[in-house]
Design a protein around this ligand. Structure first.
Ligand SMILES: Cc1cc2nc3c(=O)[nH]c(=O)nc-3n(C[C@H](O)[C@H](O)[C@H](O)COP(=O)(O)O)c2cc1C
Length: 326
């Protein structure tokens, strides 16, 4: 059920949240979300504390820039060193973070070998120290976004729940998959329910939400809020649509030319942010499957996008596949 959500010292009008997506959730993407939807908040891409604390420069822009027409923003940090994390937390608080999250779910090898991301799930002592460092260096609500470690009730899940509670995190986000599991393995709702039952702080459920049915299933775990990540790409109205549908109201989907125009706007914003046309266009290839989800010839569109190298070609393809796109 859609309702107000209190996380630490902040209350939001909705309990639907747009999650972090590396390579996607920078300002040009988030602005589209806010134009169509009113989630509780959106998230930055994960940024490592080392990158953040290095001399500010162009490389950081995509992680720290927030557009004036955006709503509340949660900065997501990756860290394994409490001192470094404390400094980074101060920095993003100064940048205007409305909330700050610690990534404890990233399965990528180069993050895990540094003792960060999902590696922290088997190091509850370090996790506790990291959360303490966050709490000591900011006044905004802090959270931890985890994957699950082992079967519900297994030693590590229970220890993670304890560390998160003891260190005083304001809320917990649970993606119901083990770090070794790919997206073909369905999200485990029972594991999310395990944390809901263990924790006194609000638990946000995450994984595989794409429509009313999956949203209802997630709310059935008893979670206080729901985070949606992949399904928001290419349909920034999703939170508004789900909110309307939960209230038994119809939601009129934008027509195809509007979707094509949004893809172009997204990529135009990315070029502007990154100041590098080719890099932005190559990055934007991975959005094709999302923006193209309603196209009858989606496969051909994705294939054509895959060899696209410049903005003129990208725009021409959008105009070809989304007829009447300006
Ligand atoms: C391309 C991609 C990038 C992601 N980047 C992040 C990230 O930076 N931080 C994070 O916590 N999770 C990240 N995730 C995980 C999602 O936020 C989310 O937990 C997961 O996809 C399950 O939710 P969903 O089914 O709603 O997408 C990423 C997932 C994908 C597919």
């Amino acid at each position: 059920m859609i309702q107000a959500l209190t996380l630490g010292n902040k209350t939001f009008n909705s309990n639907l949240i747009c999650g972090p997506l590396a390579g996607v959730s920078c300002a040009p993407f988030r602005r589209l979300i806010w134009r169509y939807s009113q989630p509780a908040f959106t998230c930055t891409e994960m940024v490592s504390c080392k990158t953040l604390l290095a001399k500010p420069g162009e490389a950081q822009r995509r992680f720290i820039e927030k557009a004036p027409d955006e709503g509340p923003l949660c900065f997501q940090l990756a860290a394994s060193d409490p001192l470094e994390l404390g400094e980074a937390v101060k920095r993003v608080t100064d940048y205007g973070a409305d909330l700050i999250d610690l990534n404890c779910g990233c399965p990528v090898k180069k993050i895990r070998v540094k003792g960060a991301g999902s590696k922290l799930l088997t190091d509850p002592t370090k996790l506790y120290q990291l959360i303490m460092a966050m709490k000591q260096n900011t006044h905004v609500p802090v959270s931890v976004k985890i994957r699950v470690e082992g079967k519900s009730g297994d030693k590590f899940n229970a220890e993670v729940a304890q560390a998160v509670s003891d260190a005083g995190a304001d809320f917990l986000i649970v993606h119901g998959r083990h770090w070794t599991e790919h997206y073909e393995t369905p999200c485990c709702y029972d594991d999310i329910q395990f944390f809901v039952e263990q924790m006194k702080i609000p638990v946000i459920g995450n994984g595989d939400i794409k429509d009313l049915e999956t949203l209802r299933k997630m709310f059935a775990t008893g979670c206080a809020g729901v985070m949606i990540s992949r399904a928001t790409v290419g349909q920034p109205w999703l939170v508004a649509k789900l909110t309307a549908e939960l209230n038994q109201q119809a939601y009129a989907l934008p027509a195809l030319p509007e979707i094509g125009a949004l893809y172009i706007e997204h990529v135009t914003g990315l070029i502007d942010l990154l100041k590098h046309e080719r890099f932005a266009v190559i990055q934007a290839r991975q959005f094709a499957k999302y923006y193209g989800r309603f196209l009858a010839n989606k496969t051909a569109f994705c294939e054509a996008m895959n060899s696209c190298e410049d903005f003129a070609n990208f725009k021409a393809l959008c105009q070809q596949y989304f007829p009447a796109t300006s």
